[in-house]
Design a protein around this ligand. Structure first.
Ligand code: TYD
Length: 426
C-alpha cells in the first residue's frame, strides 16, 4: 500500500449523517428566530465548522453564531448524533486496511466526544487507532490543525480522505496526499478544484486507491442457533438489519437450504411423509445441503467481503442429529468436516430456551413438519447437546442470549453481544 496512515473525515466519508446535522442546525436557527430555511439548504452544514456555516449559510453575526452552536449541540447530543448510517463497504474497507497493517484514524471537525460515540455505536471503533476532533468549546477546530495533531500521534506515510474541500485543503496544508470522495456531500468539481490527489466516486474506488493489490479481508460469517420455538426467525432478521446499519453488505442464508439443489434436499429432509428416513440418511442429507450452501453461497459472499447471516449451521446438526437422534456429537461433527471444509461462523448467536418453554410456544405453530412431531425427549436431548457444545465455546464465538425474555429484550441483548464480539474480530 502506498499510504500507511489513513486519516478519514467522518460525516460524508464514513457515515451518511445529514439527518442529524441538518435537523439540529434547523433547530438552532429557529430558536434564534432564523426561520424559513429547509433541510435541503442546510446540507451545507455537513463538513465545515458549525460556526462558519451559521455565519455564511444563515447570515448570523458572531454572537448569534456562537449561541447557535450551543443550541445545535443541545439537540445533537440528545438525538442528532445517532441519526447516522455507515456507507456500505466501509467496515470491510477498514478491516482490510487493518489487516495490511495501516494506521487508521478519524480526523473530523465534529467534536471529538461525538465522533467517538458515533464510531462506537456504529461498529467502527475497533478499526481505529485514534479519533481526533475539536473540543466541545470549539478549540482546535480547524481541519489543518486537527490533521497536524493526528500526524504527530501516528506518523507514517499519510493520506487524508474526505468529502469536502476543507479536508483536501487541510491535508495539503500539512503536505500530504489527499483523496476526495465524491459520494459524500461535496462535488467532484469542488474536490478537484481544491487540488485532491485522487477522487473516488464510491467506496469501491476508495478501496482500490488505498489498497491497490493488497489482500482484502474476508467478510463476516454469523449464524443463529437454538431449538425450534426459540424465536430464531425474528432475531435473525433483526441481526441482518443491524449488520446493514453497520455498513455491511448482507447476504442471508438458511440451513438446510441455499441454491436450488440445497433447497431440494431441504424439502426431502423436512417432508413429514418421509417417516422411514434413517437417522444416518438424515444426517448426511443435512451435510449434503450444507456442502452445497457453503460452496455456492456462503464462501463466495465471504470472499467478496460481505456479511453472511445464516439461519442455523453445522451446530444444528451436532445438536439435532448428534444429540437429538443420538448419532453422537463427535460423529456428526466428523461427517460434516468435508461439507464445511473450514468455513465456520465468526460469531454464533445461541438463543437459549428450555425445551418445555420452546415446545409450548410451538403448540401455536402451523402444520408440524417431520422433525417437529418428534417426542419431547428428542428436544431435550437436542437442547442438552447445544448446551454442552456452546459451554465449551463460551466467550469465544458464541453469544448466548436468554431467549425467554420479551422479544425486544432478546434483540437488545443479542445485538449488544454481537457488537462486543465484532469489536474483537479485526
Ligand atoms: P428451521 O430453521 O427451524 O426451519 P423453520 O424456519 O422451517 O422452522 O429448521 C428446520 C428443522 O431442521 C429444525 O427442526 C431443525 C432441523 N435441522 C436439523 O435437524 N439439522 C440441521 O443440521 C439443520 C440445519 C436443521
Amino acid at each position: 500500500m502506498r499510504y500507511t496512515t489513513i486519516l478519514l473525515d467522518l460525516d460524508g466519508t464514513l457515515t451518511r449523517s445529514e439527518a442529524g446535522i441538518t435537523k439540529s442546525a434547523l433547530y438552532a436557527a429557529e430558536k434564534l428566530g432564523f426561520t424559513g430555511f429547509t433541510q435541503e439548504q442546510f446540507k451545507a452544514f455537513i463538513g465545515p465548522p458549525l460556526y462558519v456555516s451559521f455565519r455564511e449559510v444563515v447570515g448570523m453575526d458572531d454572537a448569534q453564531a456562537r449561541q447557535a452552536q450551543v443550541y445545535y449541540r443541545e439537540r445533537f447530543s440528545a438525538i442528532g448524533w445517532a441519526e447516522n448510517e455507515v456507507y456500505t463497504g466501509i467496515p470491510h474497507l477498514l478491516r482490510s486496511l487493518k489487516k495490511n497493517g495501516a494506521k487508521v484514524a478519524i480526523a473530523t471537525a465534529k467534536p471529538q466526544v461525538f465522533a467517538e460515540r458515533i464510531a462506537k455505536k456504529f461498529g467502527l471503533a475497533p478499526y481505529l487507532d485514534a479519533v481526533i476532533g475539536p473540543g466541545l468549546d470549539g478549540t482546535h477546530a480547524g481541519k489543518e490543525e486537527i490533521i497536524a495533531r493526528a500526524m504527530q500521534m501516528l506518523g507514517g506515510v499519510p493520506v487524508m480522505v474526505g468529502d469536502r474541500r476543507y479536508d483536501v485543503e487541510g491535508g495539503r496544508a500539512n503536505g500530504m496526499d489527499t483523496i476526495g470522495v465524491a459520494y459524500g456531500y461535496g462535488t467532484e468539481e469542488e474536490l478537484r478544484g481544491a487540488g485532491a490527489t485522487h477522487v473516488a466516486r464510491n467506496v469501491g474506488e476508495l478501496a482500490d486507491i488505498l489498497l491497490g493489490g493488497a489482500p482484502r479481508a474476508e467478510g463476516i460469517f454469523l449464524s443463529v442457533e437454538g431449538i425450534d420455538g426459540c424465536g430464531k426467525t425474528t432475531q435473525k432478521d433483526a441481526l441482518a438489519e443491524h449488520m446493514r446499519e453497520l455498513g455491511w453488505e448482507v447476504v442471508t442464508a438458511r440451513e438446510p437450504g441455499g441454491d436450488p439443489i440445497a433447497e431440494k434436499i431441504r424439502s426431502l429432509v423436512l417432508d413429514p411423509e418421509n417417516t422411514a428416513m434413517c437417522d444416518e440418511t438424515e444426517a448426511y442429507l443435512y451435510a449434503a445441503a450444507r456442502a452445497q450452501n457453503v460452496r455456492t453461497l456462503i464462501r463466495p459472499a465471504l470472499c467478496a467481503g460481505k456479511a453472511v447471516v445464516c439461519d442455523r449451521f453445522v451446530d444444528s446438526s451436532i445438536a439435532y442429529q448428534g444429540g437429538g437422534r443420538m448419532l453422537g456429537t463427535g460423529e456428526v461433527a466428523a461427517l460434516n468436516a468435508l461439507a464445511v471444509d473450514g468455513t465456520l461462523p465468526d460469531i454464533t448467536v445461541y438463543l437459549r430456551m428450555e425445551p418445555d418453554k420452546a415446545l409450548s410456544r410451538r403448540l401455536h405453530a402451523s402444520a408440524p413438519d417431520r422433525l417437529e412431531t418428534q417426542a419431547k425427549n428428542f428436544y431435550t436431548r437436542t437442547f442438552k447437546a447445544y448446551e454442552a457444545l456452546f459451554a465449551e465455546e463460551a466467550n469465544r464465538r458464541v453469544a448466548t442470549v436468554d431467549a425467554s425474555m420479551p422479544i425486544e429484550d432478546v434483540t437488545r441483548a443479542m445485538l449488544e453481544a454481537v457488537d462486543e464480539r465484532l469489536g474483537t474480530l479485526i
